[in-house]
Ligand binder design. Structure first.
Ligand code: ATP
Ligand code: MG
Length: 444
């Protein structure tokens, strides 16, 4: 099969330019071909006819002159014929070699020479270059060399520049009009792309489907999908917070009851259980709230990182902070600061819980923001990373023995936050620390 890969490299990237190209390349091609065919046909045909009649005229003059023996009579005849044929004619003994002296691209001159030498049937010479717009034809006759000076337009069809100019002008005007229409057709597609992109980053922008039927349908389908998604998230959120809230009341009662009961090892264990359950409920609530309606705003992500690290150090954790930015002149990123802080907090809590030394690195490029949290703990084996990202999933119990009160939501909240910003959370193995390496990536 023929491969069109090379074409891809030369194709413009956006739809508008592609459509323009697809529209205009064939049209321009057809115009060029048909104009050149028409012009060469037209020019050739007219040139041949005109050259033939000039040839006949010269033939006529030569035959008249050859009938006369007397030199002065020939002179007189020459004058009469000159006037009659509207040509400037001379008769002398000049010698010439047959052939043509033409410009490099003088195709019609070549055609004129061929026709002339055929219709005159004597040695002739054609010169189109010596004089401007004048052709010199020399014919060898029995009575000497007949030289004729005639305006080029008597032999060669004048180039129909006008036709070309009009064609080009009309095409340009029509092309401008159609590209305006095309732009209007493409705008709704671009709008749809923009609003979908924004929704991917968690922003719900106003959008009204318009344009051609297919585009409008895609737009309406997108709107319906967006509404459905928003409703689903809302339902999930309200269910989670509802359940957590409703469970909290009996739990409080239980705690109250326990505090009135006889103290002893049994009740102590029960109190601990109740405390853990309350912590879990807090986790659920935080998860549910994570999808709340915090607005995105221009935020300095370095500040978030610094605050996090300061807080952790205050709690006695060994944390290093690395920051690197390729865009120091543009330090802010559009994000939801509270959500991102929570995500980062979860990753760092995990790191300090399962590891000893922790490193937070922030990397900003023109297109993305990356927080990388690494630790020197046991890490997560590759085949369990996906599981660890799911809500309420805690990995093997052995690992979590001193991790009381963990709900298994931290990583999934962080992944959710990344997703609502159009980004992703990636789990890897830290190369130098040896533990887990969590990469929270947010596109800018
Ligand atoms: N840095 C880490 N090193 C090793 N294992 C980890 C690390 N982070 C998470 N894990 C594993 O992934 C599981 C899921 O983590 P996640 O943060 O979602 O829940 P959790 O920490 O158990 O509970 P929560 O964060 O809700 O209190 C953890 O139970 C733990 O087994
Ligand atoms: Mg956690």
């Amino acid at each position: 099969m023929i491969s069109f890969k090379w074409l891809k490299r030369w194709m413009p990237r956006n739809l508008f330019s592609r459509a323009l190209l697809i529209l205009f390349v064939p049209v321009v091609g057809i115009q060029v071909v048909s104009a050149s065919v028409f012009l060469s046909r037209h020019v050739d045909g007219v040139t041949q006819q005109m050259a033939r009649s000039v040839g006949a005229e010269l033939n006529y003059a030569v035959s008249l002159l050859e009938q006369l023996d007397d030199r002065s009579a020939r002179e007189q005849q020459l004058e009469t014929v000159s006037g009659l044929l509207d040509l400037t004619l001379f008769l002398d003994e000049t010698q010439f070699s047959t052939g043509a002296q033409l410009g490099l691209f003088d195709i019609s001159g070549r055609a004129a020479y061929d026709v002339l030498s055929m219709s005159i049937e004597r040695p002739i010479h054609l010169d189109t270059t010596s004089l401007d717009k004048i052709m010199i034809v020399q014919v060898r006759s029995d009575v000497g060399t007949l030289t004729a000076f005639l305006p080029s337009r008597r032999i060669v069809a004048s180039n129909p520049h006008l036709l070309l100019t009009w064609t080009v002008l009309a095409s340009a005007v029509l092309a401008t009009i159609s590209s305006l229409f095309l732009r209007n057709q493409i705008r709704p597609i671009r709008d749809l792309a923009l609003v979908s992109e924004a929704f991917g980053k968690g922003r719900s922008e106003i959008f009204r489907p318009r344009g051609a039927e297919e585009v409008r349908r895609a737009g309406s389908a997108f709107l319906a999908m967006r509404t459905r998604l928003e409703r689903q998230i809302e339902q999930r959120t309200s269910m989670l917070s509802g359940v957590s809230h409703d469970l909290r009341t009996p739990l409080t009662r239980l705690r109250l009851g326990l505090s009135l009961a006889e103290p002893g090892p049994d009740t102590d264990a029960m109190v601990e259980d109740v405390t853990e359950m309350e912590r879990m409920l807090d986790g659920f609530l935080a998860f549910a709230r994570g999808e709340g309606m915090e607005e995105t705003k221009a935020t300095d992500p370095a500040k978030i990182a610094r605050t996090m690290v300061t807080n952790l150090r205050r709690d006695g954790a060994r944390v290093t902070l690395l920051m690197e930015s390729e865009t120091p002149d543009d330090p802010t990123v559009d994000l939801r600061p509270v959500a991102v802080s929570r995500a980062l907090q979860n990753l760092l809590t995990n790191a300090t819980r399962y590891g000893d030394r922790v490193r937070l690195s922030m990397r900003m490029t023109r297109v993305s923001l990356e927080y990388v949290v690494e630790d020197d703990g046991p890490g997560i084996p590759e085949d369990q990373r996906e599981l660890a990202l799911r809500p309420f999933s805690r990995l093997d119990e052995a690992r979590n023995q001193n991790a009381g009160g963990s709900v298994g939501l931290g990583l999934s909240i962080a992944a959710d936050v990344a997703r609502t910003h159009g980004g992703a959370l990636r789990l890897e193995k830290s190369n130098d620390l040896g533990g887990l390496r969590a990469v929270l990536r947010i596109p800018r």
